[in-house]
Design a protein around this ligand. Sequence first.
Ligand code: PXP
Length: 240
Amino acid sequence: MKLTVNIDHIATLRNARGEFEPDPVHAALIAEKAGADGIVCHLREDRRHIKDEDVFKLRESISTKLDLEMAAVPKIINIARKVKPELATIVPERRKELTTEGGLDLQKNKNSLKRAIELLHEKEIKVSLFVDPVKYNVEIAKEINADMIEIHTGKYAEAKSKKEKLKHLHMIRETAKYGKEIGLGVNAGHGLNYTNIFPIVRVKDIDEVSIGYAIIVRAVYVGLENAVREMKNIIKRKLK
Ligand code: PXP
Protein backbone atom coordinates (compact mmCIF):
# COMPACT_ATOMS: atom_id res chain seq x y z
CA MET A 1 0.00 0.00 0.00
CA LYS A 2 1.23 3.49 -0.83
CA LEU A 3 0.97 6.72 1.13
CA THR A 4 0.16 10.09 -0.36
CA VAL A 5 0.41 13.10 1.91
CA ASN A 6 -2.04 15.98 1.75
CA ILE A 7 -0.34 19.29 2.49
CA ASP A 8 -3.36 21.63 2.46
CA HIS A 9 -2.97 22.46 6.13
CA ILE A 10 0.56 23.72 5.64
CA ALA A 11 -1.03 26.35 3.40
CA THR A 12 -3.77 26.94 5.99
CA LEU A 13 -1.09 27.84 8.52
CA ARG A 14 0.78 30.02 6.05
CA ASN A 15 -2.39 31.90 5.13
CA ALA A 16 -3.19 32.54 8.80
CA ARG A 17 -0.56 35.28 8.74
CA GLY A 18 -0.54 36.06 5.05
CA GLU A 19 3.18 35.26 4.97
CA PHE A 20 5.25 32.86 2.89
CA GLU A 21 5.98 30.33 5.64
CA PRO A 22 5.40 27.50 6.11
CA ASP A 23 5.82 26.79 2.44
CA PRO A 24 3.72 23.89 1.08
CA VAL A 25 6.39 23.09 -1.51
CA HIS A 26 9.10 22.82 1.15
CA ALA A 27 6.76 20.60 3.17
CA ALA A 28 6.08 18.42 0.14
CA LEU A 29 9.80 17.88 -0.38
CA ILE A 30 10.23 16.86 3.28
CA ALA A 31 7.29 14.46 2.96
CA GLU A 32 8.87 12.91 -0.11
CA LYS A 33 12.21 12.57 1.68
CA ALA A 34 10.41 10.72 4.47
CA GLY A 35 8.91 8.23 2.03
CA ALA A 36 5.65 9.76 0.78
CA ASP A 37 4.69 8.17 -2.52
CA GLY A 38 2.85 11.24 -3.69
CA ILE A 39 1.67 14.70 -2.71
CA VAL A 40 -1.97 15.69 -2.58
CA CYS A 41 -3.40 19.18 -2.55
CA HIS A 42 -6.93 20.47 -2.91
CA LEU A 43 -7.37 23.61 -4.96
CA ARG A 44 -10.70 24.68 -3.53
CA GLU A 45 -12.90 27.15 -5.38
CA ASP A 46 -12.59 29.58 -2.45
CA ARG A 47 -8.77 29.09 -2.37
CA ARG A 48 -8.91 28.91 1.40
CA HIS A 49 -5.60 27.08 1.64
CA ILE A 50 -3.81 26.03 -1.55
CA LYS A 51 -3.49 28.81 -4.15
CA ASP A 52 -3.02 28.45 -7.88
CA GLU A 53 0.70 29.25 -7.73
CA ASP A 54 1.23 26.52 -5.10
CA VAL A 55 -0.12 23.94 -7.50
CA PHE A 56 2.14 25.08 -10.34
CA LYS A 57 5.17 25.18 -8.04
CA LEU A 58 4.39 21.73 -6.66
CA ARG A 59 4.12 20.43 -10.21
CA GLU A 60 7.63 21.72 -10.94
CA SER A 61 9.25 20.71 -7.67
CA ILE A 62 8.10 17.30 -6.54
CA SER A 63 9.61 14.10 -7.84
CA THR A 64 6.90 11.61 -6.86
CA LYS A 65 3.41 12.27 -8.18
CA LEU A 66 0.90 15.03 -7.80
CA ASP A 67 -2.70 14.26 -6.95
CA LEU A 68 -4.85 17.35 -7.42
CA GLU A 69 -8.10 17.22 -5.52
CA MET A 70 -10.72 19.33 -7.21
CA ALA A 71 -14.35 20.01 -7.88
CA ALA A 72 -15.55 19.22 -11.40
CA VAL A 73 -16.16 22.86 -12.33
CA PRO A 74 -14.92 24.49 -15.56
CA LYS A 75 -12.45 26.97 -14.01
CA ILE A 76 -10.69 24.33 -11.93
CA ILE A 77 -10.76 21.79 -14.76
CA ASN A 78 -8.96 24.36 -16.92
CA ILE A 79 -6.27 24.86 -14.29
CA ALA A 80 -5.86 21.08 -13.94
CA ARG A 81 -5.44 20.78 -17.70
CA LYS A 82 -2.57 23.27 -17.52
CA VAL A 83 -0.92 21.78 -14.44
CA LYS A 84 -1.25 18.19 -15.68
CA PRO A 85 -1.04 16.35 -12.35
CA GLU A 86 -0.55 12.60 -12.54
CA LEU A 87 -3.94 12.22 -10.92
CA ALA A 88 -7.00 14.43 -10.49
CA THR A 89 -9.28 13.35 -7.67
CA ILE A 90 -12.74 14.77 -8.15
CA VAL A 91 -14.56 15.60 -4.94
CA PRO A 92 -17.85 17.29 -4.14
CA GLU A 93 -17.30 20.75 -2.72
CA ARG A 94 -19.50 22.89 -0.55
CA ARG A 95 -18.30 26.37 0.34
CA LYS A 96 -19.29 26.27 3.98
CA GLU A 97 -17.88 22.84 4.82
CA LEU A 98 -14.76 22.58 6.99
CA THR A 99 -13.52 19.68 4.90
CA THR A 100 -14.94 17.38 2.21
CA GLU A 101 -18.01 15.92 3.84
CA GLY A 102 -18.96 12.97 1.70
CA GLY A 103 -18.50 11.15 -1.56
CA LEU A 104 -19.77 12.30 -4.96
CA ASP A 105 -23.36 11.67 -6.00
CA LEU A 106 -22.39 9.80 -9.15
CA GLN A 107 -25.92 9.04 -10.25
CA LYS A 108 -27.01 12.66 -10.12
CA ASN A 109 -23.84 14.09 -11.68
CA LYS A 110 -23.08 11.32 -14.15
CA ASN A 111 -23.07 13.45 -17.31
CA SER A 112 -21.05 16.36 -15.94
CA LEU A 113 -18.53 13.98 -14.37
CA LYS A 114 -18.22 12.04 -17.61
CA ARG A 115 -17.44 15.27 -19.44
CA ALA A 116 -14.93 16.33 -16.76
CA ILE A 117 -13.19 12.96 -17.07
CA GLU A 118 -13.02 13.35 -20.86
CA LEU A 119 -11.48 16.81 -20.55
CA LEU A 120 -8.86 15.58 -18.09
CA HIS A 121 -8.14 12.46 -20.14
CA GLU A 122 -7.49 14.65 -23.18
CA LYS A 123 -4.44 15.94 -21.27
CA GLU A 124 -3.47 12.44 -20.15
CA ILE A 125 -4.47 13.09 -16.56
CA LYS A 126 -5.77 10.03 -14.74
CA VAL A 127 -9.00 10.59 -12.85
CA SER A 128 -10.15 9.27 -9.52
CA LEU A 129 -13.65 9.78 -8.11
CA PHE A 130 -14.13 10.26 -4.37
CA VAL A 131 -17.04 7.99 -3.44
CA ASP A 132 -18.79 6.53 -0.45
CA PRO A 133 -18.18 2.80 -0.11
CA VAL A 134 -21.18 1.38 -1.95
CA LYS A 135 -20.97 -0.96 -4.91
CA TYR A 136 -23.11 0.99 -7.36
CA ASN A 137 -20.62 3.86 -7.15
CA VAL A 138 -17.97 1.51 -8.48
CA GLU A 139 -20.20 0.54 -11.39
CA ILE A 140 -20.96 4.11 -12.35
CA ALA A 141 -17.29 5.12 -11.97
CA LYS A 142 -16.36 2.39 -14.43
CA GLU A 143 -19.20 3.29 -16.79
CA ILE A 144 -18.08 6.92 -17.04
CA ASN A 145 -14.44 5.93 -17.59
CA ALA A 146 -12.83 6.90 -14.29
CA ASP A 147 -9.42 5.28 -13.81
CA MET A 148 -9.85 4.82 -10.12
CA ILE A 149 -11.99 5.50 -7.10
CA GLU A 150 -11.01 6.96 -3.77
CA ILE A 151 -13.13 5.39 -1.06
CA HIS A 152 -14.33 7.90 1.49
CA THR A 153 -13.24 6.56 4.87
CA GLY A 154 -14.77 9.40 6.89
CA LYS A 155 -17.72 7.44 8.25
CA TYR A 156 -15.43 4.61 9.28
CA ALA A 157 -13.11 7.09 10.99
CA GLU A 158 -15.94 8.81 12.83
CA ALA A 159 -17.84 5.67 13.89
CA LYS A 160 -18.35 5.69 17.63
CA SER A 161 -19.00 2.03 18.39
CA LYS A 162 -16.96 -1.01 17.46
CA LYS A 163 -19.98 -2.49 15.70
CA GLU A 164 -20.43 0.61 13.56
CA LYS A 165 -16.71 0.71 12.75
CA LEU A 166 -16.78 -2.92 11.63
CA LYS A 167 -19.83 -2.24 9.46
CA HIS A 168 -18.05 0.60 7.66
CA LEU A 169 -14.84 -1.39 7.39
CA HIS A 170 -16.79 -4.21 5.76
CA MET A 171 -18.29 -1.78 3.24
CA ILE A 172 -14.83 -0.38 2.48
CA ARG A 173 -13.43 -3.88 1.99
CA GLU A 174 -16.27 -4.98 -0.31
CA THR A 175 -16.13 -1.79 -2.37
CA ALA A 176 -12.35 -2.05 -2.75
CA LYS A 177 -12.63 -5.69 -3.81
CA TYR A 178 -15.32 -4.92 -6.37
CA GLY A 179 -13.35 -1.96 -7.68
CA LYS A 180 -10.35 -4.18 -8.29
CA GLU A 181 -12.47 -6.90 -9.88
CA ILE A 182 -13.79 -4.54 -12.51
CA GLY A 183 -10.39 -3.05 -13.21
CA LEU A 184 -10.30 0.22 -11.29
CA GLY A 185 -7.50 1.50 -9.10
CA VAL A 186 -8.56 1.87 -5.48
CA ASN A 187 -7.45 4.61 -3.11
CA ALA A 188 -8.90 5.50 0.27
CA GLY A 189 -8.84 8.51 2.49
CA HIS A 190 -10.35 10.98 4.89
CA GLY A 191 -10.08 10.97 8.65
CA LEU A 192 -7.37 8.31 8.73
CA ASN A 193 -4.92 8.57 11.61
CA TYR A 194 -2.18 6.66 13.41
CA THR A 195 -4.74 4.39 15.11
CA ASN A 196 -7.56 3.75 12.69
CA ILE A 197 -5.13 3.10 9.83
CA PHE A 198 -4.26 -0.40 11.09
CA PRO A 199 -7.40 -2.24 9.86
CA ILE A 200 -7.23 -0.28 6.59
CA VAL A 201 -3.67 -1.47 5.98
CA ARG A 202 -5.04 -5.02 6.00
CA VAL A 203 -7.48 -4.32 3.15
CA LYS A 204 -5.40 -5.78 0.36
CA ASP A 205 -7.40 -4.24 -2.48
CA ILE A 206 -6.54 -0.67 -1.46
CA ASP A 207 -3.58 0.59 -3.47
CA GLU A 208 -3.00 3.89 -1.73
CA VAL A 209 -4.15 5.98 1.22
CA SER A 210 -4.32 9.77 1.19
CA ILE A 211 -3.74 11.35 4.59
CA GLY A 212 -3.52 14.98 5.58
CA TYR A 213 -4.77 16.28 8.89
CA ALA A 214 -3.43 13.54 11.18
CA ILE A 215 0.06 13.79 9.70
CA ILE A 216 0.21 17.58 9.92
CA VAL A 217 -1.04 17.45 13.53
CA ARG A 218 1.59 14.85 14.40
CA ALA A 219 4.20 17.00 12.68
CA VAL A 220 3.61 19.76 15.22
CA TYR A 221 4.93 17.41 17.90
CA VAL A 222 7.57 15.36 16.15
CA GLY A 223 8.37 17.21 12.93
CA LEU A 224 7.01 16.53 9.47
CA GLU A 225 9.72 14.12 8.44
CA ASN A 226 9.14 11.91 11.49
CA ALA A 227 5.37 12.17 11.17
CA VAL A 228 5.44 10.95 7.56
CA ARG A 229 8.00 8.25 8.32
CA GLU A 230 5.92 6.90 11.21
CA MET A 231 2.84 6.63 9.01
CA LYS A 232 4.83 5.09 6.20
CA ASN A 233 6.18 2.46 8.58
CA ILE A 234 2.67 1.53 9.69
CA ILE A 235 1.57 1.24 6.09
CA LYS A 236 4.58 -0.90 5.24
CA ARG A 237 3.54 -2.96 8.28
CA LYS A 238 6.84 -2.39 10.00
CA LEU A 239 4.99 -1.53 13.21
CA LYS A 240 2.34 -3.80 14.65
N1 PXP B 1 -9.07 12.41 0.47
C1 PXP B 1 -9.92 13.39 0.10
C2 PXP B 1 -10.71 13.22 -1.16
C3 PXP B 1 -10.05 14.56 0.87
O1 PXP B 1 -10.90 15.54 0.49
C4 PXP B 1 -9.24 14.70 2.02
C5 PXP B 1 -9.33 15.96 2.82
O2 PXP B 1 -8.75 17.00 2.13
C6 PXP B 1 -8.38 13.64 2.36
C7 PXP B 1 -8.33 12.51 1.57
C8 PXP B 1 -7.49 13.72 3.55
O3 PXP B 1 -8.30 13.73 4.69
P1 PXP B 1 -7.62 14.02 6.09
O4 PXP B 1 -7.09 15.41 6.04
O5 PXP B 1 -8.75 13.84 7.06
O6 PXP B 1 -6.53 13.00 6.26
